[in-house]
Design a protein around this ligand. Structure first.
Ligand code: NAD
Ligand code: AKB
Length: 336
């Protein structure tokens, strides 16, 4: 992997993935693209090559891949679970229509391709704890339907056309650089901002709703390590379960209260997002990722909480709440 194009680069994952890829490959070797232009205070504004690009526009995408002389595409553009339930047709169009275009470009231009799947690719009939690598997948959300279909499409392009497609089933991701994009696990980021700004968080999931989670540095490293892994060892190419920690709102609230004594949480359960969370795994079995390419998480719950608070406090000192990208938490339907 020497030259890379990233779709959906301004989102929660892309913001940190692009920075990390640029550290390794150099700024000019990584073309960040997104449907929207970066706001002036976005970490990727003026930070390296950027092109506005709709991933459902195949010819614009092919042009960008050629211009960037990319050998690898990280395809992150998508609508997440809560937004997908509000706009299912659009979720289908962007998540699967976009992926088809990206796969075709990968086939024609000979690039490798990383596509994230999600814990959302499972449903309530799946064993929830631990969720095996190979198991029943009958998700009940449009987002989940697009993730299962996406895993299958990527497998198809690999076996049928030899496209070097690879992917991970990410759990909920926690990060500080860019806000989450309208998912069911967004609470695990919002809670940090609210704890610092107000000393109080009203959670839209119930206190004991346990889901798999991961801190963004582990998620970014997992993507890069998978793309650098020896392909001969990969049996589960496009859908590796990965996990780092299991979190319920009450447990994270306890960890925050231990560090911010005035912090309190209460609950106003949103039935839509609660039903989504209740249909997802409580813990993934990631032994295939460990065995096939050496995956190992580095961030524990306590280390993640300490680092999140340090980073968010530093961002607030640099740009008081409301003036900086990392001090803003967007509502679930405002992105995508
Ligand atoms: P995000 O919502 O934060 O970012 C997605 C980006 O895609 C946004 O910047 C948006 O502007 C862009 N986008 C939307 N439509 C587009 C289009 N038509 N063309 C180009 N760009 C478009 O999402 P994220 O959290 O960074 O997620 C990236 C990928 O990882 C998605 O496939 C998502 O399903 C997957 N994933 C994320 C998580 C998580 O917790 N963040 C967990 C599991 C899987
Ligand atoms: C969401 O909640 O939709 C995402 C995911 C787990 O895929 N964060």
């Amino acid at each position: 992997m020497k030259r890379v194009l990233v779709t959906g680069a301004l989102g929660q994952i892309g913001t940190e993935l692009v920075a990390s890829l640029r550290e390794g490959l150099g700024d000019e070797s990584v073309l960040a693209t997104d449907l929207r232009a970066p706001a002036p205070d976005h970490p990727l504004a003026d930070a390296g090559p950027f092109r506005q690009l709709d991933c459902t526009d195949g010819s614009a995408l092919a042009r960008a891949v050629r211009d960037a002389r990319a050998d690898t595409v990280f395809h992150l553009a998508a609508l997440l679970s809560a937004v997908g339930e509000k706009r299912p047709m659009e979720a289908w169009r962007v998540n699967l229509g976009g992926l088809m275009e990206v796969l075709e470009v990968a086939r024609e231009e000979g690039t490798a391709l990383f596509t994230p799947s999600s814990i959302a690719a499972f449903g309530q009939d799946t064993p929830p704890d631990p969720t095996p690598q190979d198991t029943l997948q009958r998700p009940t959300t449009m987002y989940g339907v697009t993730k299962v279909a996406g895993e299958l499409l990527c497998d198809y392009y690999h076996t049928r056309f030899g496209v070097d497609a690879r992917g991970l089933r990410y759990p909920g991701l926690i990060s500080h650089s860019a806000p989450p994009g309208g998912g069911t696990t967004d609470w695990a980021v919002e809670i940090f901002h609210e704890a610092l700004d107000r000393g109080h968080y009203t959670c839209f999931l119930g206190p004991d709703t346990q889901l798999d989670m991961m801190y963004m540095p582990d998620a970014v490293r997992a993507a890069i390590e998978l793309m650098e892994a020896d392909p001969a060892r990969l049996r589960h190419r496009n859908a590796f379960n990965v996990t780092a920690m299991q979190l319920a709102p009450a447990r994270l609230a306890e960890a925050l209260a231990a560090r911010i004594p005035r912090f309190a949480i209460d609950y106003e359960v949103d039935p839509v997002r609660q039903a989504i969370a209740d249909s997802w795994p409580r813990r993934l079995d990631d032994s295939a990722a460990r065995g096939e390419w050496g995956w190992e998480p580095r961030w524990t719950l306590d280390a993640m909480v300490d680092d999140m608070l340090t980073e968010l406090r530093a961002a607030r000192t640099a740009a008081p709440a409301g003036e900086g990208a990392s001090a803003v938490t967007l509502p679930p339907d405002s992105r995508g």
